[in-house]
Design a protein around this ligand. Structure first.
Ligand code: ARG
Length: 459
């Protein structure tokens, strides 16, 4: 492609070192789509005749069909997807093919291809996140009355509905979707026409390409356009955060599936056995996901580190943007998909979660609230119930079985109605403020999510 200036062939080692075709081949549909749009820009500029443009479009369409069919030989000597396609086009249609790269550089070409690719992938990932939300919602609906201890510090805290715990993840995933939708705005800007860095002396109507490719906006600075990878960095952050959320869910699932908790049973289809211990049923999907989150975070670090020292404008370092991007996209897609399948088929062991939630200490805060409602300042109420807890522990008597006379030795405010507080159902019913887990609130949230997810417009 640049043989004019050179007298010696590129060394084999340099070819092997610098090639990107082994991974950027996946951009081929976008490269072809972009090149067809560019040929139309060139026709509008009078560089190509109608007939020449048609030959180029037909040639490119044929190349796409060949690649789709696995009938195309990618050459490392041609470095990347852009030169592989252009070179075969010129081989096939002759000199007309050699006109395609007019007023274009691989710098604006690759920027365009990656934006087109990201647009597609972000839409798919958005849809997969909705699918996972639906699976978690389904699990919540399958067990609308299941109760579970809510934890802080992994110590039992207060009772909640299992559905409330699951809906927390719908909130996280909804924010993830919001971040992707926001990032999409910045991906969806058309860089073609920026050339190597300074546009072209050939007057191009860039709007033609933007219209053909469905971009609502065009980049406004050619130097920025060929070197901007912000959209990749922010996507890699967004994917790392999706991974972080999945990793937290993984940790919950792993705990819940242990004999110590026993809160959940995963389908055989989503667990694996041990090669040595016949009794084992392991939550590998959750463990793999927790593990893969490391790569997602690593890929974010990789792009940020690649970008930090780059002078304007395009530098070859930027070729290093693709493998982390592709890896994160592949990783997140299968992780979200497999989690959706696994959670939809999981079962909550309601008898076990009910027994765990029957731990009287989960209602200690409710007793303190009882005293507060009778006029005791909260700090005092906290201390009184702390002493009561110590008494319950040392005497091994649960709150429900402590006689009223004993209650009254801790505070004379206690009356017979204290026993009314000591029920999980009452404790839940009383938590009515917005965002709190009363069954009525949670049912409202479940139906709200149902409507929201069902009416979501597909991208
Ligand atoms: N393979 C290159 C990349 O992925 C394409 C752009 C190359 N541009 C250049 N001037 N060498 O970044």
């Amino acid at each position: 492609m640049w043989k004019g200036r050179f007298q010696v062939e590129t060394s084999n080692l340099v070819q092997a070192y610098g090639e990107s075709i082994s991974f950027d081949w996946r951009l081929y549909p976008y490269d072809i789509q972009g090149s067809i749009a560019h040929s139309q820009v060139l026709r509008a500029a009078g560089i190509l005749t109608d007939d020449e443009q048609q030959q180029i479009a037909d040639g490119l369409t044929q190349i796409k069909a060949d690649i789709d069919a696995g009938d195309f030989e990618f050459k490392t000597s041609l470095e990347d997807i852009h030169m592989n396609i252009e070179s075969v086009l010129t081989e096939r249609i002759g000199d007309v093919g050699a006109k395609l790269h007019t007023a274009r550089s691989r710098n604006d070409q690759v920027a365009l291809d990656v934006r087109l690719y990201c647009r597609d992938e972000v839409q798919q990932i958005h849809g997969l996140l909705t699918k996972l939300q639906q699976a978690l919602l389904q699990l919540a609906q399958n067990h609308p009355e299941a109760v579970v201890p809510g934890y802080t510090h992994l110590q039992r805290g207060q009772p909640v509905l299992f559905a409330h715990h699951l809906l927390a993840y719908l909130e996280m995933l909804e924010r993830d979707k919001g971040r992707l939708a926001d990032a999409y705005q910045r991906i969806n800007v058309m860089p073609l026409g920026s050339g190597a860095l300074a546009g072209s002396t050939i007057p191009l109507d860039r709007q033609v390409a933007a219209d053909i490719l469905g971009f609502p906006a065009i980049t406004q600075n050619s130097m920025d356009a060929v070197s901007d990878r912000d959209f990749i960095a922010e996507l890699l952050f967004d994917f790392a955060l999706v991974g972080t959320h999945l990793s937290r869910l993984s940790e919950d699932v792993i705990l819940w599936a242990s004999a110590e908790f026993g809160f959940i049973e995963l389908s055989d289809a989503h667990t694996t056995g041990s090669s040595l211990m016949p009794q084992k049923k392991n939550p590998d999907v959750a463990e793999i996901t927790r593990g893969k989150t490391g790569r997602l975070t690593g890929n974010l670090m990789s792009i940020l580190t690649t970008l930090k020292g780059l002078p304007m404008t395009y530098n070859r370092d930027l070729q290093e943007d693709k493998e982390p991007l592709f890896d994160s996209i592949d990783t997140i897609k299968i992780a979200v998909d497999v989690f959706a399948e696994m959670m939809a088929e999981a079962k909550i062991c309601e008898a076990v979660t009910a027994e765990a939630t029957a731990d009287p200490f989960l209602l200690a805060t409710d007793i303190a609230d009882y005293l507060v409602l009778k006029g005791v300042p909260f700090r005092h109420a906290h201390e009184i119930v702390g002493q009561l807890t110590a008494h319950s522990l040392s005497e091994q008597v649960p709150f429900q079985e402590i006689p009223l006379a004993t209650y009254q030795t801790f505070s004379d405010v206690f009356a017979d109605d204290v026993y009314d507080v000591l029920e999980v159902k009452k404790a839940l019913d009383a938590r009515v403020a917005v965002g709190a887990p009363s069954p009525a609130n949670v049912a409202g949230q479940v139906s709200g999510w149902q409507d929201r997810l069902a009416s979501e417009v597909a991208w």
